[in-house]
Design a protein around this ligand. Structure first.
Ligand SMILES: Nc1ncnc2c1ncn2[C@@H]1O[C@H](COP(=O)(O)OP(=O)(O)OP(=O)(O)O)[C@@H](O)[C@H]1O
Ligand SMILES: [Mg+2]
Length: 373
């Protein structure tokens, strides 16, 4: 590997979710965004080879084929786009691709490429077979993106010299390289850019069993002793995200060292996560506050998000972008045209009995919202 560390250009935690508002510190535990502490550990916790990369079976199998056939042809593989929510292993996979190819990797990110010239300079220094990793590629500036299309397709960049009528484009060759792009927002990629990737990998959330495997490996690397049930307990609260699993594992280890015998067991994990306010489903204080307000103050909804935000003393944006995505994914909250609604599962999760015969939504029991009666 040459050059920079993978995390050089990664954005600060929270920036992707909402400009201007950072999740408060207590949120950090269940946030999928990397914080400073994660970055410090992630370099050592990253799987180095495809075989150590847990889960994502389909992606792994397809990628194996892409890499193996490229190796046999002795040519760089097609450009690869890795798409999926934060903390699921996109950066790890990018580094693995380079390692599996025995190739050097150059790391940059969309926001770091402000001008087309920055990208041209970078491309011109690539050697044949190098991997260029562009993180958060959907945030690349438009002129740079246009230059990138041509480089991806024809291994050429047109460097424009001069201005106005006198401007001329000088074509420069670029060594055949493989672009690996990562994005948390593939919907924001333009069609022409997406079309130039030969292989698009969609990363999914991990099962609890897979998260246990991730943590078992991390515990070994960190030298954290575990007992059966310990990592299982943490897995269920990790929101399907390896980054969160690894973070909770470290916090439980802290607790185990200070308040127990240093071993991560089920009981220790339970007590620790109670102290850290992460419940059995991985909900934190804000998530539960939203459900609590929705159910206890507004009878389960429907109620507008602005009202919920006032009730929990947060900004609308925080409720919408920080709390709601996971609540929706967990099937606890529904966004309907008339407002937010708590599902039956949400009532049950708070230890309450869902009211019978109310309007139905995912998980509901009664007639639908749109019934004429
Ligand atoms: N499949 C996996 N197997 C083992 N560990 C994993 C896996 N995926 C992720 N991890 C762990 O989670 C951490 C975060 O992963 P990574 O940085 O690759 O995520 P990402 O998708 O790039 O996130 P972001 O969108 O924030 O950049 C890694 O350091 C690694 O420890
Ligand atoms: Mg990343």
């Amino acid at each position: 590997m040459t050059g920079r560390q993978p995390d050089d250009h990664e954005q600060p935690a929270g920036q992707e979710q909402s400009a201007g508002h950072r999740p408060s510190d207590e949120r950090a535990l269940t946030s999928a965004q990397a914080d400073v502490d994660d970055r410090a550990f992630e370099t050592s916790l990253r799987p180095r080879r495809l075989i150590d990369f847990v889960g994502q079976e389909r992606v792994r199998e397809q990628l194996e084929l892409v890499l193996e056939s490229a190796r046999r042809r002795g040519q760089p593989p097609d450009h690869v786009l890795l798409s999926g929510p934060p903390g699921l292993g996109k950066t790890s996979l990018a580094l693995i691709i380079a390692a599996e190819l025995g190739a050097a990797i150059r790391v940059t990110s969309g926001p770091a490429i402000e001008r087309a010239g920055d990208l041209a300079a970078m491309l011109s220094t690539l050697s044949e077979g190098d991997v260029l990793f562009i993180d958060e590629i959907h945030r690349i500036a438009r002129p740079a993106e246009e230059l990138l299309y041509v480089a991806m397709e024809d291994f050429r960049v047109d460097v424009v010299v001069g201005k106005g009528h006198g401007a001329t484009a000088i074509p420069l060759d670029v060594a055949p390289f493989t672009l690996v792009g990562a994005t948390t927002r593939s919907g924001l990629l333009t069609g022409p850019l997406r079309d130039r990737f030969g292989f698009v990998a969609h990363m999914d959330f991990y099962s609890d069993v897979e998260l246990v495997r991730v943590m078992t490996r991390s515990a070994e690397v960190l030298g954290v002793p575990t007992r059966p049930g310990g990592t299982e307990e943490i897995a269920g609260r990790s929101r399907g995200t390896p980054r969160i699993a690894n973070r909770l594992l470290r916090r439980v280890r802290d607790y185990a060292e200070v308040r127990a015998d240093g071993v991560v067991s089920r009981e220790v994990a339970r007590s620790a996560l109670a102290v850290y306010d992460v419940d059995e489903l991985g909900l934190d204080r804000l998530d539960r506050g939203v459900l609590d307000a929705l159910i206890r103050r507004f009878s389960g909804g429907p109620v507008g998000v602005a009202t919920i935000a006032v009730a929990v003393g947060e900004e609308v944006q925080t409720v919408e972008e920080v709390a709601e995505p996971f609540l929706v994914r967990a099937g606890l909250l529904a966004r309907t045209p008339r407002g937010r609604v708590a599902t039956d599962a949400a009532w049950t999760h708070l230890g309450l009995t869902p009211p019978a015969g109310r309007a139905s939504w995912p998980g509901g029991t009664g007639p639908t919202l749109f019934d004429p009666s």
